[in-house]
Design a protein around this ligand. Structure first.
Ligand SMILES: [Zn+2]
Length: 427
């Protein structure tokens, strides 16, 4: 019997509406009622959590682990270490690997690999369409059987609404949530930065906000038509927030997530032509940032995620036009959200930030995670919300360094990550 006792921390467990200073015990990998007194433990660990937040293990539902196929950017092992260093005990990986995760054998490979090498829980998603090409549906039933937690064509977006409708109907039959990267190809074209003042001034091709809003509206209509949940990934535009707010008020099964770069930065940054400011969807205007902050404060946007998208240096060190979209995020996201939401804007409190990283994603994907209930898996994140630190890419566990936040001073970070009672990372 192995026991871990986390002493004296402030336990914030939104699933159980709990917020108190107490000890938390993990016995044999599960949350226990209290220490078994009298018995001598074969193995016992004490962790002093005075002054720290004791939260359920955080979940990031949007990461690219790049394996199979792109191990020079990230591997399942390195991505899991980056997750642990960011305070995450569970990550959900996207299917745009090579081969694409559009079939049961690739899903089985990812699960086996994760079991062997990952220090956190890795849950795969499956593709909606074959080869993520948007033409024919993947075999959604066999993906469900293979154990995916959701389907998505992330990085791409199914343009044919009839095909998307069939996908949502199949997903409903197998009780699988649908996640969608919202991008209308005909409107966005070859756009690379937000269409507005800076795209005009710099002569960079624009990616209009309406290109996202159109697909958010499509997804709202399909969620209603099919009576099944669609989750809109990495929302960036004010109009998307308005659409989601109205639909959620009417009870439509629709939700949206926010990534930290979309609230910490605006499109003004692209004037540096630094390709670490190039992401999809792009950084938007200050008005869009305000709308995202409002949407997070009133519950319209309910999930926080990174869109961790590692790329090797040689891939990003090219002309802005040529560079791939995306940045790494696992090791900076919690610090950025705590800095921006809790300390700067004070618009979302600590309990809600933890809820958006635990209860909300667990509910969406029907995971047995995100809670400190007795007998739940002992996944725990210790957070110091006041800790001041500087982002240093040479400290990253990720194989990639493509971040625009190098040198940023942040306030708040995870200081220890515990998976099934075992410390997998500590500061
Ligand atoms: Zn995406």
């Amino acid at each position: 019997m192995s026991t871990t006792v986390i002493r004296g921390g402030r336990i914030i467990d939104p699933a159980n509406k709990r917020d108190e200073i107490a000890d938390l015990v993990i016995a044999d990998g599960r949350i226990a009622e209290k220490p078994e007194s009298g018995k001598r433990k074969a193995e016992s660990e004490e962790i002093d959590a005075t002054g720290l937040i004791v939260a359920p293990g955080l979940i990031d539902i949007h990461v690219h682990l790049r394996e199979p196929g792109f191990a020079h950017k990230e591997t399942i092992a390195s991505g899991a270490r980056a997750a642990a260093a960011g305070g995450f005990t569970t990550v959900v990986c996207m299917p745009n690997t090579s081969p694409a995760a559009d079939n049961p054998s690739t899903i089985a490979w990812i699960k086996d690999r994760a079991k062997d090498v990952a220090c956190v829980n890795v849950l795969p998603t499956g593709a909606i369409s074959k080869d993520i090409a948007g033409d024919d549906l993947a075999s959604i039933g066999s993906l469900a059987q293979a154990g995916v937690v959701a389907i998505t064509d992330d990085g791409h977006c199914i343009q044919n609404h009839e095909l998307m409708r069939r996908a949502v109907e199949y997903a409903r039959m197998f009780d699988l949530p649908v996640l969608d990267h919202c991008q209308d190809y005909s409107l966005v074209g070859n756009g690379i930065v937000h269409e507005g003042y800076w795209s005009t001034l710099l002569g960079l091709r624009g990616w209009p906000a309406a290109g996202e809003e159109l697909i958010v509206a499509r997804n709202i209509l399909l969620a209603e038509l099919c009576d099944h949940h669609i989750h809109c990934q990495h929302i960036s535009a004010a109009g998307s927030v308005r659409l989601l707010r109205e639909a959620r008020r009417r009870g439509v099964k629709i939700s949206g997530e926010v990534c930290p770069h979309h609230i910490a930065l605006t499109d003004e940054s692209v004037q540096t032509f630094d390709t670490n400011f190039k992401m999809n969807p792009p950084l938007r205007s200050p008005e869009d940032v305000q709308a995202l902050l409002g949407g997070m404060a009133d519950g319209t946007l309910s999930i926080l995620a990174s869109d961790h998208a590692p790329h090797a240096g040689f891939e990003k060190e090219v002309e802005f036009d040529q560079a791939p979209f995306g940045i790494v995020g696992l090791e900076t996201e919690l610090g950025l959200f705590l800095t921006v939401l809790l300390h700067q804007h004070k618009t979302v409190d600590l309990r809600r930030i933890i809820e958006m990283y635990t209860v909300e994603p667990a509910r969406l994907l029907k995971l047995e995670a995100g809670t400190l209930s007795t007998s739940a898996t002992g996944d725990v994140t210790l957070i110091d919300p006041e800790k001041e630190w500087t982002v240093q890419t040479d400290q990253f566990q990720s194989l990639s360094r493509n971040t625009p936040f190098e040198g940023w001073k942040l306030k708040g970070r995870a200081v220890r990550t515990i998976v099934a009672g075992k410390t997998v990372w500590t500061l």
